[in-house]
Design a protein around this ligand. Structure first.
Ligand code: 5GP
Ligand code: MN
Length: 335
């Protein structure tokens, strides 16, 4: 993988561009993809955003989302677009298998592939150019840097601003995680200067759920939370019937894991949800406890030091039991 600045000259030649991100895209994945999309369109490229899977309803207000194609819904069409692409941008993931069924078509594509990402241990041999910087708050911040550093700051517009603000806001927990640097605040100031209405983004993302989601959170906090004080760890598990009872959809569980770290003294929060096909883990930590390493070692996952995920095919009971077993190894680190 060569440095991204060597790629900048290619931006001047209009091309057919595919932009993709990790499956079940979150605010940062969709925000960076659509922010980049609006930028590439503005400089004359023909760009298509392909999401590996569906996404949460709370992203549906985003400018340009009506043009995003879901690979699982329109596989043949997407395969044709990928085949004809002159370049493919891969955003907000480190390893190709995070694009689920798009992994093989992406591997097979012979065109220029560009990675922009902030996760640990990127699969660098899969990309022609790229930047992987784990110190960055979000991929959206990196797309902003890309636009500015490639000499196109004058092309920033309010569509780009809304999309990029979304990912920075969601990945920094509304500007509270340690990666919220002075540069992040400078970037937001810049976006405000070009007309960003940040309250609109916040309202659309955080204040636009249905009643059932709030009642579900209450239910989960009362009935599905276990605090393992000897490990300064909070564990939550959500069963299939829980999801059905409250009609919980993709995105409704976003942010649930963050409640675990609000308990005094808790350094490690782990949430597992009995999803269709797999038991999906979300891990969060405060301080030096490295959940990326934990997720990789025990639950086939990865991510960042303080936020990671993983999955298993074991039953919910087995995966919770496994968690309670392996956590014993970390008692010293967690005290
Ligand atoms: P979340 O808990 O919000 O789903 O994910 C937290 C972080 O870990 C995100 O940056 C996400 O991209 C990453 N992540 C989530 N699940 C996985 C996984 O199964 N494998 C890897 N490598 N990263 C994951
Ligand atoms: Mn991200």
């Amino acid at each position: 993988m060569q440095p991204l600045d060597l790629f900048y000259p290619q931006l001047n030649t209009p091309s057919k561009v595919v932009i993709t991100m990790h499956q079940k895209p979150d605010g940062d994945a969709m925000g960076s993809a659509l922010g980049l999309y609006h930028f590439l369109i503005a400089i004359g490229h023909e760009a298509t955003v392909i999401s590996p899977t569906n996404w949460a309803d709370f992203l549906d207000w985003m400018p340009g989302i009506d043009r995003v194609i879901d690979f699982e819904q329109q596989k043949e069409k997407c395969l044709g677009i990928i085949k004809n692409a002159g370049m493919i941008f891969c955003l907000d993931f480190n390893v190709l298998h995070r694009t689920k069924h798009m992994e093989q078509p992406l591997l097979a594509a012979q065109c220029t592939k560009i990675l922009i990402d902030h996760h640990e241990q990127p699969q660098v041999d899969a990309f022609t150019y790229g930047v992987s910087d784990t110190s960055k708050s979000s991929t959206c911040e990196m797309v902003y840097d890309f636009i500015v550093a490639s000499g196109h700051a004058d092309k920033l517009n309010t569509n780009i601003a809304e999309c990029l603000y979304t990912g920075v806001m969601t990945d920094t927990g509304s500007f509270r995680f340690p990666a919220t640097t002075a540069s992040v605040h400078r970037m937001i100031a810049d976006l405000k200067d070009i007309g960003l209405v940040h309250t609109r983004v916040h309202d659309n993302i955080y204040d636009n759920f249905l009643e059932n989601r709030l009642r579900f959170i209450g239910y989960a906090l009362v009935n599905r939370l276990e605090v393992l004080y000897e490990y300064n760890t909070a564990l939550m598990y959500i069963t299939r019937p829980d999801l059905q009872r409250y009609n919980i959809k993709t995105g409704d569980t976003e942010g649930l894991v963050n409640y675990l770290l609000t308990i005094q003294g808790i350094k490690f929060g782990a949430l597992v949800i009995d999803r269709e096909g797999e038991r999906k883990w979300s891990f969060r930590s405060k301080g030096s406890f490295d959940v990326n390493t934990f997720a990789r070692k025990h639950f086939y996952g990865g991510g960042h030091v303080n936020a990671a995920g993983g999955g298993t095919y074991d039953s919910l009971d087995e995966t919770v039991k496994h968690f309670k077993e392996v956590i014993k190894e970390y008692q010293n680190q967690l005290q």
